[in-house]
Write a protein that binds this ligand. Sequence first.
Ligand code: FAD
Length: 490
Amino acid sequence: MQKFDVIIVGAGVVGCAIARELSRYRLRIAVLEKEKEIGQGTSKGNTGLIHSGVNADPSTLSGRLNLEANPLFDQLTDELAVPFDRNGSLVLAFSSEDRQALINSLEEARTNGVQGIRWLNREQLLEKEKKVNPEALGAIYAPRGGIICPFEFTLALAQNAAGNGVVFRTGCRVHKTITEEGRVVGVETDQGFFQGDYLVNAAGLSADEMNCVREEGIRIKARRGQYLVYDRDYPVQIKHTLFPRPTPVSKGIIVTPTVHGNLMIGPDAEEIEDRSSLETTREGISRVIVGAKKLVPALNTSDIIRMFSGNRAVAGDDFIIRPARRTRGLILAAGIQSPGLTAAPRIAGLIKEILQDLGLNMEEKDDFQARRPVPVRPGNMDYKERAELISRDSDYGQIICRCEGITRGEIREAIRAPLGARTIDGIKRRTQAASGRCQSGFCGPRLLELLQEYAGIDPLQASLRGGSSQLLKYHSKELLLKAGEGLADI
Ligand SMILES: Cc1cc2nc3c(=O)[nH]c(=O)nc-3n(C[C@H](O)[C@H](O)[C@H](O)COP(=O)(O)OP(=O)(O)OC[C@H]3O[C@@H](n4cnc5c(N)ncnc54)[C@H](O)[C@@H]3O)c2cc1C
């Protein structure tokens, strides 16, 4: 039997931020994740913005936590060795009504403590961002808005938490919360029973599928957002994140650089029935293109290398972060739609405070390690540093992904590291291999070989993202035999 003080369901950015925060204390903590790898839910598929808080309403939990969390990112990303750029955001006005509404929100944002914001007239706006639609009347400039890789941030939180003693179990779906006399005693999972005194539900889109959460009357709806990603060499380059005036349900379709140097446009906002669907649709993509071209008319559809979608977990208008009313020991972190990525560090702080209030004894560790080892990134090195690295370890001189220039050494370490990659998508998100122009056309077979070499995964079992996404049906030898049999049932 495995006994823990706190069990966290879900290894998205919220679950991993909570795990990292709690790992500062002498506690036995487990994070249980149903997917083959961590961070495979909404936390991998979003815009990757650290919102400035310019439109955040501090009377809501999501608005307050956004405002509180934004300033934490400089220290946090430094500790976790995660690339983060305060590239600044621009919220554009296209009508006098937009302008008035944005100027009003500027005053509110100042009152709410958002630093450095100011109004730019059309000339100032075009000077700051040359490709912006010259029909824009002006914009709010928020220099504290930033961009981050949402997957790498989630992974870094998890690796740091694991380094500080948190147990992570992947491929471990939680089926049922077990209670005795109205109090949590543990969970039933694919990997057996885990005993725990406190249970934090951070299960994203599936948060309401667990028995005790349903009893709280929480229902999650999925609101899909679709995106297009441009090749890194795309000639239209944008430095800031460009927003239209927000609507009541969405911050609108935006144009933004990513920390990996691509241009990205999206997302739209559409309620869908099937929360697990990650389809992109003709209508959604058209909406994204129209919305983005309004901000930057020079955008076209050449050099688009990828489309994807992500689903927001919506449970009403605000985050639900509180102890359950009917089950003692259960804490909810549900309905964490946007800006959940930004708010994650403060959501974690709030969950810690709730656990303390519920009576969990928290004694700080003397040996908590705030820093994650810095991953080796030859692409960020100068020629001399790179040559020295290759002379020590020749795997860093062997390019596997030609589009992004990713080496065998980087992929090897992504697989061997704690909570290492076990799927092709896992390698892609950790290293950027397979994320470039050819989208794994050239490096895919090599990645399968490396998964076999460093994680012992038979290529026939290897998958794109776990589940039923296996890539191969036969070994080449079998394939030749089948061919000899007249390609029987291939
Ligand atoms: C289109 C879009 C754009 C967004 N853009 C931004 C942005 O720019 N900035 C920002 O701040 N926020 C943004 N967000 C919001 C942000 O992405 C989410 O708030 C955040 O990722 C939610 O994290 P999470 O950990 O709650 O959920 P998830 O990442 O979905 O994690 C939940 C995890 O729980 C696991 N799980 C579920 N059920 C079980 C079970 N029974 N047993 C075990 N594991 C289980 C899942 O597999 C999953 O890994 C955006 C969201 C979307 C969809």
